[in-house]
Design a protein around this ligand. Structure first.
Ligand code: PMP
Length: 389
C-alpha cells in the first residue's frame, strides 16, 4: 500500500513523546497546574511540585532497582556524561589521571575525554572488533595504576551493538576503579538492575524512551565515595551536584514514559525484531548490501546498513522528503563526516561512506517498513544506474 505520508525511521536520534506522558505533563505547566518552584517549600504550591518530583524520582529509581537518593536530574545524557567524567576526573585526580573509554562512544563522552586530555589527563581509547564489540580483556589491559575511571556505553547509538557491562562492572569494582556507563540507548529497552550490577555512574536520557527532550538522570551509586565536582554552581539543588530549578513537567513526563517503556519492553522489543527481520529481508534483495555491527549482539531497533557504490548522502538526499534516515551519528549530522564508530570498527571506503542508520520503534508500522524498504531498494538501484551512465 503506497502512502504519501512521511516515514520516520530515526528513533535512535529521538522518539516522539508517549501520549500518556504528554497528558500528564500538561498538568504541570499552567496556573491551574502544579507549576511552582519545587524549592519553594514555604508554600503549598512549591510543596506539591516537590512531592511530584520526588515521586517521579522514586518511580524511575524503582525501575532501575536503585534508590531515589542515587539519582540526580540533568538535562540529558550529554550533561550526565559530562558530569560523570569531568566530575570524577577533577575530584579524583590526586589518585591518578588516567581514564579508559572506547573509540565507539558517543561524542559527549569522546569530546569530554578529549577536553580532559588538554588539561593534563591521559585517555586510552579501546578499539572494538570489526563487529563493534569491545573485548573486555582489552579494557582490562588498558588499565594502569593511574586509572581512576572507565567509561563505556551500554548500547551503541549507530549500530545498536550491546556491550557486556555486567562482567566489567564486577571486575572494576574489585580493582576500585570507577565505572561509568552511558545507557542513553538502552534504558527502557533492556532491563538494568543497578542493585545487581556494581556500576558507579549511569547516564540516561528521557527522549530516547518516548519521554521529553531536555531531561535525563545521572545515577550515582555512592555519593559519599563518588565525590563529583559539579559542572553547574548555584542554588545547590540535587545535593549541590546540579544547581538550577527542576523542570517538574519534564521530570513527571520522564517517569511516566519510563514506566510505559518498562511495561511494554517485551512487546516493543518483539515489534522491533519483527520489523527488523522484514526490513532485512527486503534489503537483502539488493546486491552488495552489508549490515554493520554484530547482528547476534545488538538491539533490534537500530539497523546500520551500507549499499555498495551508493553513498549515504545521495541515498538520504533522494529520500529526504519521504523517509527520515540517518548517516553517521545524527548528533553531528550538521557537519557531514564519516562515522567515527564504523571507522573504529575498521570499516572503510564505500562501506563507510555508504552507511545509513535506520532506526524504528513503538509507533513504526509494518506498512511503513515495507514501503521504506521498497523505496530504498528503488533508490539504491536508480543511483547505481546513474553512476554507471
Ligand atoms: N549518548 C548516547 C549513546 C546517545 O545516543 C545520545 C543521544 N544521541 C547521547 C548520549 C546524548 O543524549 P542527549 O541528547 O540526551 O544529550
Amino acid at each position: 500500500m503506497a502512502s504519501n505520508k512521511k516515514i520516520y525511521l530515526d528513533y535512535a536520534a529521538t522518539t516522539p513523546i508517549a501520549e500518556e506522558a504528554i497528558a500528564l505533563m500538561l498538568k504541570y505547566l499552567g496556573i491551574n497546574g502544579i507549576f511552582a518552584n519545587s524549592a519553594s517549600l514555604q508554600h503549598d504550591f512549591g510543596e506539591q511540585a516537590y512531592e511530584a518530583i520526588e515521586q517521579a524520582r522514586s518511580e524511575i529509581a524503582n525501575l532501575l532497582n536503585a534508590k531515589a537518593n542515587q539519582l540526580i536530574f540533568t538535562s540529558g545524557a550529554t550533561e550526565s556524561n559530562n558530569l560523570a567524567i569531568k566530575g570524577i576526573a577533577f575530584s579524583q585526580q590526586k589518585r591518578g589521571k588516567h581514564i579508559v573509554t572506547s573509540a565507539t562512544e558517543h561524542k559527549s563522552v569522546l569530546d569530554t575525554c578529549n577536553y580532559l586530555e588538554t588539561v593534563g589527563f591521559k585517555v586510552s581509547y579501546v578499539r572494538p572488533n570489526a563487529e563493534g564489540m569491545i573485548d573486555l580483556a582489552a579494557v582490562l589491559n588498558a588499565l594502569t595504576d593511574e586509572t581512576i575511571l572507565v567509561s563505556l556505553m551500554h548500547v551503541n547509538n549507530e549500530t545498536g551493538v550491546m556491550q557486556n557491562i555486567e562482567t566489567l562492572a564486577q571486575t572494576l569494582q574489585e580493582r576500585e576503579i570507577f565505572f561509568h556507563v552511558d545507557a542513553a540507548q538502552s534504558v527502557g529497552k533492556l532491563p538494568i538492575d543497578l542493585n545487581q550490577t556494581p556500576i558507579d555512574l549511569l547516564s540516561l536520557s528521557a527522549h530516547k524512551f518516548y519521554g521529553p527532550k531536555g531531561i535525563g538522570c545521572l545515577y550515582i551509586r555512592n555519593r559519599k565515595k563518588t565525590l563529583l565536582t559539579p559542572l553547574l554552581h548555584g542554588g545547590g539543588q540535587e545535593y549541590g551536584l546540579r544547581s538550577g530549578t527542576l523542570p517538574t513537567h519534564q521530570i513527571v513526563g520522564m517517569a511516566k514514559a519510563f514506566k510505559i517503556a518498562h511495561e511494554r519492553m517485551p512487546t516493543d522489543t518483539a515489534h522491533c525484531h519483527h520489523l527488523q527481520q522484514l526490513l532485512m529481508q527486503q534489503l537483502q534483495q539488493i546486491d552488495g548490501v552489508q549490515f554493520n555491527g554484530d547482528l547476534q549482539n545488538k538491539l533490534p531497533n537500530i539497523l546500520n546498513v551500507s549499499f555498495k557504490h551508493v553513498t549515504s548522502d545521495s541515498l538520504m538526499l533522494a529520500l529526504k522528503h519521504e523517509i527520515a534516515l540517518a548517516s553517521g551519528s545524527a548528533c553531528n549530522s550538521g557537519a557531514i563526516e564519516a562515522s567515527h564508530v564504523l571507522r573504529a570498527m575498521g570499516i572503510e571506503g564505500d562501506r563507510l561512506y555508504g552507511a545509513v542508520r535506520i532506526s524504528f520503534g513503538r509507533y513504526t508500522t509494518e506498512a511503513e517498513i515495507i514501503r521504506a524498504g521498497e523505496r530504498i531498494v528503488e533508490e539504491v538501484t536508480r543511483l547505481r544506474q546513474l553512476a554507471l551512465e
